[in-house]
Design a protein around this ligand. Structure first.
Ligand SMILES: NC(=O)c1ccc[n+]([C@@H]2O[C@H](COP(=O)([O-])OP(=O)(O)OC[C@H]3O[C@@H](n4cnc5c(N)ncnc54)[C@H](O)[C@@H]3O)[C@@H](O)[C@H]2O)c1
Length: 247
């Protein structure tokens, strides 16, 4: 068991619900929560929607893992602080923080709206910062810890999908990760970023207005991947597991 006796918090642990499903049923984050539990961690599944967090926790428990669900809006720093105090009380600390919340808002430079820009930065960047800020002291007092953030290859290169705010926010997550990693490395707290390419999740279905468009969209997404297929949420979960482990 690679995470035996560790406590892991997955923020954004649910899977987006869409009206149709081409991609499958599981998001990156839900898969990571399940993988962590399969390797022996006690997993706290946090999401702004309690229902989707419960779904992940139930699936985890049905496979013999240990998990609980909590409602947490990662844009609410007060709520994050309260959860960190609760985790300290219930579990005595934390070993792994995996933050995965992410939204997209379409729009190039000439289309992007200030309100959308601010909302996206709050969800995609500030939430990672605020969760790391709240949970780092718990890792410090344990003498070690692992923080992982989920970014995107949109942070590294131009993409034909026009998501200026998303690409910019994910680039900010990459560098925030570096800065946190460098500052706390000496205290044995690691901070890493997973930078997925296109992954076949319900979130990707939701980029399209209808089932037929999503079917075509997934074909194009597959074709744009060098292996001719998108990644699976388990690819991200396995990367998250490696970073969470002592390996
Ligand atoms: N699917 C892809 O192709 C792909 C590619 C690159 C990067 N990513 C990144 O992977 C991550 C997860 O993607 P996914 O496809 O599993 O998406 P998803 O939408 O299924 O998962 C995101 C989860 O975060 C939750 N969430 C959103 N805002 C929140 C908030 N304020 N507080 C708490 N929870 C919140 C949602 O309820 C959802 O359960 C995102 O950061 C996304 O940008 C996805």
């Amino acid at each position: 068991m690679r995470l035996a006796s560790k406590v892991a918090l997955v923020v954004g642990a649910g899977t987006l619900k869409n009206t149709f499903s081409i991609a499958g049923q599981l998001g990156n984050d839900a898969a990571a929560a399940i993988r962590f539990a399969q390797e022996g961690a006690s997993v706290i599944c946090a999401d702004r929607s309690l229902a989707v967090a419960q779904e992940t926790a139930q699936r985890t428990c049905s496979e013999g893992g240990l998990a609980e669900a909590i409602e947490l809006d990662a844009t609410n720093s007060g709520q994050i602080d309260a959860v960190s105090q609760q985790v300290a009380k219930s579990y005595g600390g934390i070993d792994v923080l995996h933050t995965n919340v992410g939204i997209e808002i379409q729009g190039d430079l000439l289309e992007v709206q200030d309100d959308d820009w601010d909302r996206l930065m709050t969800v995609n960047v500030r939430a990672s910062m605020a969760t790391a800020r709240a949970f780092l002291p718990l890792m410090r007092s344990r003498g070690a810890g692992s923080i992982s953030n989920v970014s995107s290859t949109a942070s590294l290169k131009w993409s034909p999908m026009q998501f200026l705010s998303y690409s910019t926010a994910k680039a900010a997550v990459n560098h925030m990760t570096r800065v946190i990693a460098r500052q706390f490395a000496a205290e044995q707290v690691r901070c890493n970023c997973i930078i997925p390419g296109m992954i076949r999740t319900p979130h990707a279905d939701a980029l399209y207005p209808c089932e037929a468009a999503a079917l075509e969209g997934h074909k194009l997404r597959d074709a744009r991947c060098p292996m001719g297929r998108q990644g699976s949420p388990w690819d991200i979960a396995n990367a998250a597991l490696f970073l969470a482990s002592d390996e």
